[in-house]
Design a protein around this ligand. Sequence first.
Ligand code: TYM
Length: 377
Amino acid sequence: MKDSENSKVTPWEVSGRVDYDKIMTKFGTEPIDQNIMNSLSRLTGGDIHFMLRRGIFFTHRDLGWLLDQIKKGENFYLYTGRGPSDHTHIGHLVPWVFTKWLQDKFHAKLIFQLTDDEKFLFNENLDTEKTHSLALDNALDIVALGFDPKLTEIMIDTDRSGLLYPQAIKIAKKITFSTIKATFGFDQSANIGMIFYTSIQSVPAMIESVRAGKNIPCLIPYGIDQDPHFRIARDVLPRLGFLKPASIMSIFIPPLSGVEGKMSSSDPNSAIFVTDSASVVKRKINKYAFSGGRTSVEEHRKLGGNPDIDVSYQWLRIMFEPDDAKLKKIRDDYISGSLLSGEMKALLIERVNAFLKRHQELRERAKDTLHEFLAEH
Ligand code: TYM
């Protein structure tokens, strides 16, 4: 789906400077307005995650309805996922950090889908052994983020085919080939697994209702690129007697190369992986992070920098500086010229490395507890 001349947002490709207002109109999603913020705040005792305050999570479907259900005492569950094509990168963490906050606030069950089948079907260079081992590797990051093992079920698709397949075929039967072509833009060379795949990603949006034998509302947090799958799910599930899933969607953390597209594994110098060492992080940010600074220190001191195109600042805003007052000071100092772009990078390097040091320890420890998350519950 083209957003403007040079921008594209699909589940497989995000490129160009994304206009998020236009995306909302095109995808038919709602902005997160003050009413939604107020309802959320009432339910969380006044706590609003910085990703909401800053519009990182900026759009939704049926969130107002879901919050009303919660207010009435209705149970709901969370669902999110990952397609294991490589190690996890910082961009993937955006929806997961936010999902963890939702789980903590609402004590909600989370289904986390790892679509090793998807990555096998969509990637010429990956075999099923590789995608399955990457799913296990990525699962360590989910555990390391601190999700509650009693409330979190990680589903690796090829391990859970007995659960997923009988539901996926019910969904697949309601989706025509022409809908898939129109939604995803596949041509005649697409393999038939790709055409079927969206039905697999739809199953967790209703699986808790299947298990309970009654409808349980579902909320799906994700980066906006995944929305086409859930537009289809929302169309089909009611025709099978299930509720439409509600959703809340985020913008993308940009690649190091500049504030266009999304960070993606396909350009390793433009992404930081959770497994990168401190020296690799330092080198990548110093060498590749696009700067909104001026060409000389003198000019920067005189004219100031532009945080809106400065990737290091954007990473702090989206993920690594939760304190609004500190972020504002960084922004103001950059605009005034008192903070140099090398100093902005140093700030980011320090934050990313502090986060990754802890994360890498936790993902090592996660190997002992992963089985609790993989069990059916
Ligand atoms: P995947 O593995 O491409 O991405 C996992 C999640 O990370 C989001 N994301 C980003 N968010 C912010 N900035 C970025 N640079 C960035 N890159 C990726 C994605 O939007 C996604 O939420 N088909 C899916 C797997 C999946 C799934 C789901 C995702 C299955 N069920 C339910 C979300 C919700 C995929 O390949 O995601």
